[in-house]
Design a protein around this ligand. Structure first.
Ligand code: GLA
Length: 726
């Protein structure tokens, strides 16, 4: 361990005074004082190696003057801010022991520094004898330069300790003067919103008992005017699929913090003697521009051993094609069409089980419907699908139940509720309390039995309602925390039993998109809205967290079911291309000509999916937001695919030259119109002179001079393929 540099063991204490961890151009410098919790001296661009003297000077430089009207010993805010220090912003821990022990003062008792080639972990254990609490703070810099934080609080007393909040905080510099986070709703997830970073707290609370369609996803602070390609940014993501909060707080003392944690309901966490509460993991990244920040998340996700590596198969999901109208012959015909256009995975959605003929009944009864699929008809469909060379996928909503179901009738005590009344219904359903061992086992065994029996390769795992009044009949307490962990445990058990099974996280579309659910699922359903115009925005901002291979994106019918908008197939397909491509459209209704065009797009996706699913995401917002560019650039910069999209008609026209970012300035590239039918486009009023025959230009020219792009009508896209000319 290179202790002479970047942190030296303080005499007699056995742990360093200060530590710098660095990875992929990012660094975090921690001060580890002997008598208080660690503070972050720096989080951002890597200042390079610092010896112990330099680290001491860095800390010295960070010490503020003794401003009037503050405490006499001002100290930087700790990773877990403590009021005893004089901090009057949001405290890191709120809790008590029957009204006492409400303001702990933790003193470190152990520090473990585990350095890796890139990044590493600092684990600080701290005790407070007075309140009989132990705190463990983990700060990990991942190889991608992403920070991962977590806190564990243990009750070492002899009486219960109530935890109301446990938050961790990261400082951002005063140059971070603008905030961006995401909002949204059903079928319109991840809408960006911006504001100044003013004094006070910009607080985003998620109280849905799931991640939420309106989740902040990432809360970003940055230099004013930051965009995809420029401006230093710092962002935080709370990886939790239950209630959570994330906040940007600016105090009168000038501190600017990003804070995050679980949002605990009254009395939800009461630690018995010896018990530990663990916070969700917080992920935080620094980058140059929003693309730089996204690259840290994508890099981290792609480095996971469990990240999907096989080519992402083309999906056919039948939901918008048939809804609840399940008919063997019709579905077989759909499977024939699907196989014919190149689909590789056929997914039967809601409606195959119990008495589920619409959304009012049957949820929870995970056995094949006798009425619709009896006499082996579902098996026949599966065999038909597999006979055509496709995988078979099936929809489940394991955490939910209709009151009109065998399950709810047999076990009314398994429904989350406050004593004496059931929660208001949502989509005619209630939530099954998975902390009841009986409920957990019932769901686990019935899901696994169907998967086993039918040979299911893929599960679309849905979660279609908020948790309202979600009390446990087992404990009488608020149950969102325990339910969230139980849902994770259920997924873990399913995966352990069927390691090859792929799982999609769906929640009324994109209401369960977070990094903890992605530890146990293989893709998310980004939205129930597959209108390509809307999807451009949904996918663009989902990409702030997730790389495209984890984001399901389907080609829908000409007339979008959620919005009524009519869009050309080429635009629908070019939009779905930049994700994990699928089709959700009654292909029996489509004409032969449309199916042939779709087949060409599927083949094109199969050709470029390796580039799309390993490439670096680039996004640009041009012409005041009327013209969008996005693309994937191979990490070795030998190849890229860009997509230009006109979303609105612009005040001036044509759009002019567009810069193609991410290429190596020193290399020469061939630039070509790409995608099915691209070069047959000859209208000189729309297509630039180079469109038919391509160009040969250096990365420097493409990145700083740019090329003319087609003067498209709104809701149209054009693809540009760039490959190194060796
Ligand atoms: C949710 C999902 C949809 C579909 C329906 C089925 O709304 O988001 O994609 O699976 O449930 O009921």
């Amino acid at each position: 361990m290179p202790m002479a540099q970047d942190g030296v063991a303080a005499a007699g204490r056995g742990w360093p005074t200060r530590v710098r961890l660095a990875a992929a151009g990012a660094a975090v410098v921690l001060s580890l004082p002997p008598d208080r919790l660690p503070t972050v001296l720096h989080w951002g661009a890597d200042p390079g190696p610092l010896d112990d003297a330099a680290l001491a000077e860095l800390e010295h430089a960070a010490r503020p003057p003794l401003a009037t009207n503050g405490v006499d010993e001002p100290a930087p805010v700790a990773l877990l801010p403590e009021p005893w220090t004089g901090w009057t912003g949001s405290p890191g821990l709120e809790g008590h022991r029957s009204g006492r022990d409400w303001s702990p003062r933790f003193t470190p008792v152990d520090v473990v520094v585990d350095r890796r080639d890139a990044g590493g972990t600092v684990t600080v254990t701290a005790d407070d004898a007075e309140t009989a609490l132990r705190l463990v703070l983990e700060t990990e810099l991942l190889a991608s330069g992403l920070l991962r934080l977590r806190a564990h609080l243990t009750n070492r007393g002899s009486t219960p300790y109530a935890v109301d909040a446990l938050r961790l905080a990261l400082p951002v510099p005063t140059s971070a003067d603008e905030l961006l986070d995401l909002a949204g709703r059903w079928a319109k997830e991840r809408v960006p919103q911006r504001r100044d970073f003013t004094v006070g707290t910009h607080l985003r609370e998620g109280r849905h008992g799931r991640t939420g369609a309106d989740a902040a996803t990432l809360l970003v602070a940055g230099r004013p005017g930051f965009d995809f390609g420029h401006g230093e940014v710092w962002g935080m993501h709370v990886a939790f699929s239950g209630n959570h909060h994330v906040a940007a707080e600016r105090t009168f003392g000038g501190e600017r913090l990003l804070l995050g944690g679980e949002l605990l309901l009254p009395g939800e966490i009461e630690l018995d003697p010896g018990e530990t509460y663990s916070s969700p993991r917080l992920y935080a990244g620094h980058g140059d521009g929003l693309d730089g920040l996204a690259a840290r998340f994508h890099g981290h996700l792609r480095a996971r051993p469990g990240h999907p590596r096989s080519p992402r198969p083309v999906v056919m999901n039948v939901w918008e094609a048939v809804y609840f109208d399940h008919d063997l012959d019709r579905l077989k015909e759909l499977a024939d069409h699907a196989a014919d256009v190149g689909v590789e995975r056929f997914v039967l959605d809601d409606g195959w089980f119990g008495s589920r003929r619409d959304d009012t009944a049957g949820l929870g009864d995970w056995h094949v419907s006798e009425e619709m699929w009896g006499a082996g008809r579902l098996k026949e469909l599966v065999e038909h699908v597999k006979g055509l060379g496709m995988e078979f996928g099936l929809w489940f909503e394991p955490e939910m139940v209709n009151l009109d179901s065998e399950l709810a009738r047999a076990h009314p005590e398994w429904l989350l509720q406050v004593p004496g009344r059931l929660p208001v219904e949502a989509r005619h359903q209630q939530v099954l309390d998975l902390t009841h061992p009986g409920a957990f086992d019932h769901v686990l065994t019935s899901v696994l039995a169907v998967v086993e029996d039918l040979g299911v390769d893929f599960v679309k795992w849905d979660h279609n309602r908020d948790l309202v009044d979600a009390g446990s009949t087992r404990t009488g307490r608020a149950g969102v925390h325990a339910q969230t962990l139980a849902a994770y445990a259920l997924l873990d058990r399913v995966r352990a039993a069927r390691p090859a099974l792929e799982i999609e996280s769906c929640s009324s579309g994109g209401a369960r998109v977070d990094l903890e659910i992605l530890e146990r699922t293989d893709r998310v359903w980004a939205s129930d809205c597959i209108d390509a115009h809307e999807r451009q925005e949904i996918q663009r901002w989902t990409a702030q967290l997730l790389p495209p291979e984890l984001v399901g994106s389907h080609v829908g019918a000409e007339r979008a079911h959620t919005t009524g908008r009519r869009l050309d197939l080429s635009f629908r397909a070019a939009t779905a291309l930049f994700g994990h491509l699928g089709i959700e459209w009654d292909l029996a209704e489509a004409g032969e000509h449309e199916r042939a065009e779709l087949r060409a797009w599927v083949e094109y996706y199969q050709q470029v999916r390796d580039l799309l699913h390993t490439g670096t995401t680039v996004r640009r917002h041009l012409e005041g937001g009327d013209l969008w560019l996005h693309g994937a650039v191979r990490p070795d910069r030998s190849e890229a695919l860009y997509c230009v999209t006109v979303l609105e008609r612009h005040v001036t026209w044509p759009p002019g030259r567009v810069l193609l970012p991410g290429l190596d300035p020193a290399r020469t590239y061939r630039v070509e119109a790409a995608g099915p039918g691209a070069t047959s486009q000859r209208d000189p009023r729309v297509y630039p002179a180079w469109w038919q025959h391509g160009l040969r230009l250096t990365g420097a020219t493409l990145g700083s001079v740019g090329v003319q792009v087609p003067a498209l009508d709104p809701d149209r896209s054009a693809l540009i393929h760039v490959e190194e000319d060796r």
